[in-house]
Design a protein around this ligand. Structure first.
Ligand code: TRP
Length: 369
């Protein structure tokens, strides 16, 4: 998997630089999330101070009438993270709705970005299309993109590990950070991105870190892997489900094992590249497939199924320990502990931002019991 970038030189000090990213609890995580972002999160835990956020407020932008599902999905995603190897001893799990600073920063940030700029965001436009929202979406739907800037900037991170579809959101966040620092902290608008904090800005200009495969194709072989398109392999799928889903993939052509095949149009080879670690094995499969060297599609699929299951097996094991109401309670406990720590950082950021905006009247303390 993608190695994390080396920490910047400034990390010579004992404080680790920060990472923030998050997931909206509208369903379980799948292989697209893994290769785009989750693998990077797992890899960055030691070098960086990592914050992983459940964006449950954002889930309400499209499913305000389904609070039960959002709650369930919140717990499921925490379990997905734990199963994937995110370690609550090293990383901080954050529940968005219990971090008031995020909602407050969202208001301030919404004043720094033109309405039309928000509406031009290509990811937002795609979502409106694919989710069939037409012109009936709530006011809060486009607002989530500004909220996402606050999710990120509340933690003043250097890196935001995300899949390719999120890069447009990170760009908006970078614009907001620059605008804030220039408007309220006297940073020169021509300053280099790396220098914004040094020049007195409250916010660093965070960068997106896209994983090994930024956009994983779904089992339909064409669209991006996504729960709503019914083409996803979930991290929590059983070996049998994985076998069935990959087994049913259309290899892009109809051929006999002895006829030459086209690797380029066969999405199963895309998965082979992504999930089979042994490059020599992949090269051999491709070579034989191209030659029509008695290599059936079933053979390629079997190799991919094995590789995917090898990746998911340890996740299944960890998930088994989180089953039932006890597992749910454990997930909530982890969120609560992490969110307490997150509030310390986010409150500090908000206080710094307010100070810069001439709003530093008196302090406050957030507690939970
Ligand atoms: N919008 C992201 C998604 O749908 C989830 C998200 C919310 C996020 N807040 C974030 C991602 C902050 C990165 C940083 O996947």
């Amino acid at each position: 998997m993608t190695p994390p970038p080396p920490p910047p030189e400034s990390s010579a000090s004992s404080t680790r630089r920060r990472v923030l990213t998050g997931d909206t609890p509208t369903g379980r995580l799948h292989l697209g999330h893994w290769v785009g972002s989750v693998a990077n999160r797992v890899a960055m835990q030691d070098e960086y101070d990592c914050f992983f956020l459940i964006a449950n407020m954002h889930a309400f932008t499209t499913r305000a009438d389904k609070p039960g599902e959002i709650r369930e999905s919140t717990i499921e995603i925490v379990k997905d993270w734990l199963s994937a190897g995110v370690d609550p001893e090293r990383s901080t799990f954050v529940l968005q709705t219990e971090v008031p600073a995020i909602a407050e920063l969202s208001w301030f940030f919404s004043m720094l970005i033109p309405f039309n700029r928000v509406m031009r965001n290509p990811t937002l436009k795609t979502e409106i299309d694919t989710k069939g929202l037409g012109d009936t979406y709530p006011f809060g739907f486009p607002m989530y993109t500004v909220g996402q800037c606050a999710d990120i900037l509340a933690f003043r991170p250097d890196w935001v590990p995300v899949g390719e579809d999120q890069v447009a959101h990170i760009e908006l966040c970078r614009e907001v950070a620059r605008k804030f620092d220039v408007t309220y902290c006297g940073v020169n608008s021509k300053a280099e991105d790396e220098d914004f904090e040094k020049e007195g800005g409250v916010f660093p200009i965070p960068r997106a870190l896209v994983g090994k495969v930024g956009r994983l194709v779904g089992t339909d072989g064409t669209n991006k892997m996504s729960k709503s398109l019914n083409n996803a392999i979930f991290l929590s799928d059983t070996p049998k489900q994985v076998k069935k889903k990959i087994g049913q993939m259309y290899p892009g052509q109809s051929r006999e094992p002895t006829e030459p095949g086209n690797v380029e149009i066969n999405p199963v080879f895309g998965y082979a590249d992504t999930f089979i670690e042994d490059e020599a094995q992949v090269a051999e499969l491709k070579d034989r497939y191209r030659k029509g060297d008695n290599l059936g599609d079933g053979h390629v699929k079997a190799a991919v199924i094995e590789a995917v299951n090898e990746l998911l097996d340890p996740m299944r094991e960890r998930r088994a320990a989180l089953e039932g109401p006890e597992g749910d309670a454990k997930a909530v406990e982890i969120l609560k502990a992490g969110t307490a720590r997150a509030n310390e950082v986010a409150e500090e950021t908000l206080a710094m931002a307010k100070e810069a905006m001439g709003l530093g009247f008196w302090g406050r303390r957030i507690t939970s019991d």
